[in-house]
Design a protein around this ligand. Structure first.
Ligand code: HEM
Length: 415
């Protein structure tokens, strides 16, 4: 076999999320499937290939979606064992039939109509947070709003106390760096030291809900279990909770940052939303297409296969470029333009596709819509502060601005 390394794979840095789009455009045209030796993954960039991979979950399993890019050292493995760190695959990196059993239960928690019951509380929270800084006239919107807001929404629905928000945000960020970044051996040890207390926090939370069930989704999961390990074990419930306490806010924090950045960079689009708020649901979808916060996702190749004419061996790992699929010009004409009324905007792959399709998407859509409604209403003069360089954390999958400085003319928020 000839060496699979090419000029494209040499130019591609899977952890550099600063501006991946120009290279991806070239790759889609010239070499849509290529091998990257940096992380030992095959990279897939075209929409049709990625959708077919998501669809065929027997050939392409999700077993590697929470596998660290830098394998855990023996020290780290010992620390996890000593720290009684026992999460098991439940959703993201699970496979049927276990995934099917658990997913059926978790689906019932996040039904769109159920999420709509939370809308008034989400709106109230958005208004309270906006009111807390609106007098300032300018701020870093990530620090002031989008960093904590999705976590507070999630805590409300899951029944997690607000006082934990700073810790859970830090723990979740730490977990992303450990699994999706490239930590040095010393950083890997330090991040593992932070991971173990996160797990213990989640286990204690589940124990509290077992003793005192309440009107929240964590308690609902416990009620569905009904004391039967064949339905769901306590360890599986805790594993679901730690998954949700990462996936349920880091993603939305970044997506809100991406959306605000692009809408304000293309300010006519922002003005269009202020004038016509009923476009907001379409705008949310178009922003998910244009710059998805989960910019890549992974699959494991269970048997030898061929992707777009390229032979892929069993045991290979795939990096699926969702940000490239969403700008595939054969599916989305003029992909680099923001167009709210694309007829097929909802065909984007920002939430994946198939059996693992994002279970929290109804909540994510709702909170992003509510936030944009409140911001366009109360801060129509919102604008980017000039001269800032937007930065992204180095990792393979989660893209969102670390900070975003905005200014506006002061307004009052009424009731
Ligand atoms: C804008 C925000 C979000 C984005 C872009 C996003 C994106 C994704 C993607 C790409 C996947 C992988 C799908 C696949 O493998 O086919 C996924 C799965 C998942 N997401 Fe989200 N997500 C978001 C918000 C949320 C929220 C709010 C929650 C929870 C409340 C959540 C929970 C999950 C879970 C548990 C899975 C695994 C589902 C499974 O494997 O069955 N996500 N998400």
């Amino acid at each position: 076999m000839s060496c699979p390394l090419t000029a494209v794979s040499a130019a591609f840095d899977p952890l550099d999320l600063q501006n991946p789009f120009p290279l991806l455009q070239q790759v889609r045209a010239e070499e849509p499937v290529f091998y990257n030796d940096d992380i030992d993954y095959w990279v897939v960039t075209r929409y049709d290939d990625i959708k077919a991979i998501f669809h065929d979950h027997d050939t392409f399993t999700a077993a590697n979606t929470i596998t660290p890019i830098v394998p855990f050292s023996d020290d780290v493995k010992t620390m996890l064992q000593a720290g009684n760190y026992t999460p098991v695959p439940v959703l993201s990196n699970n496979v049927p039939p276990g995934h099917t059993r658990i997913r059926k239960l978790v689906n019932r928690l996040f039904l769109p109509r159920r999420m709509r019951d939370f809308a008034p509380a989400i709106r109230q929270l958005a208004r309270r947070r906006l009111a807390s800084f609106i007098q300032q006239g300018e701020t870093d919107i990530v620090a002031a709003l989008t960093y904590e807001f999705p976590a507070l929404v999630l805590f409300h629905v899951l029944g997690v106390p607000d006082e934990a928000v700073a810790r859970v945000k830090a723990w979740a960020g730490n977990r992303i760096e450990l699994y999706y970044g490239r930590p040095t051996p010393a950083e890997q040890v330090e991040r593992t030291q932070n991971l173990v207390p996160f797990w213990h926090y989640v286990v204690a939370l589940v124990q509290r809900k077992l003793a005192n069930p309440a009107d929240d989704l964590t308690s609902d999961l416990i009620r569905m279990r009904n004391g039967d390990d064949a339905v769901l074990t306590i360890n599986e419930i805790a594993s679901c909770m730690i998954t949700l306490l990462v996936a349920g806010h880091e993603t939305t924090t970044s997506q809100m940052g991406n959306s605000l950045l692009h809408l304000l960079q293309n300010r006519a689009k922002w003005e269009q939303l202020c004038a016509t708020p009923n476009l907001i649901p379409q705008a949310v979808e178009e922003m998910l297409r244009y710059d998805p916060s989960v910019c890549t996702w992974r699959r494991f190749v269970a048997r030898p296969t061929v992707i777009n004419g390229v032979d892929i061996p069993a045991g290979a790992n795939l990096l699926l470029m969702l940000n490239s699929a969403n700008r595939d010009e054969t599916i989305f004409p003029q992909p680099d333009e923001i167009v709210f009324d694309r007829p097929n905007v909802k065909d984007h792959l920002a939430f994946g596709y198939g059996i693992h399709y994002c279970v929290g998407s109804p909540l994510a859509r709702l909170e992003m819509e509510v936030l944009l409604e409140e911001m366009t209403r109360h801060l129509p003069s919102l604008r980017l502060l000039p001269g800032q360089q937007v930065k992204y954390t180095r990792n393979i999958s989660f893209r969102g601005p670390v900070s975003l400085r905005l200014a506006w003319d002061e307004r009052e928020i009424g009731d």
